[in-house]
Design a protein around this ligand. Structure first.
Ligand SMILES: [Zn+2]
Length: 65
């Protein structure tokens, strides 16, 4: 059995974000350039962009206040 093929498949990274404006929790996904995580509040549609710093952030959860 080979497991190397499955490891090559790119899964799309995401962050969990809580929007304080509407008290809603969503996942936002990395943009195609890999420079930021981008998404919006599911209720008021406020856009949110979290830049990906050098080395990446180890913080997987954010609050948008
Ligand atoms: Zn909102």
């Amino acid at each position: 059995m080979s497991t190397t093929d499955q490891n090559k498949k790119e899964s799309r990274p995401f962050l969990g974000v809580r929007f304080d404006c509407c008290n809603a929790y969503v996942r936002i996904y990395r943009n195609k350039d890999g420079t930021a995580y981008e998404g919006r509040c599911p209720k008021c549609l406020r856009p949110l962009s979290i830049p990906i710093g050098p080395g990446g952030s180890s913080n997987r959860f954010f609050t948008a206040s």
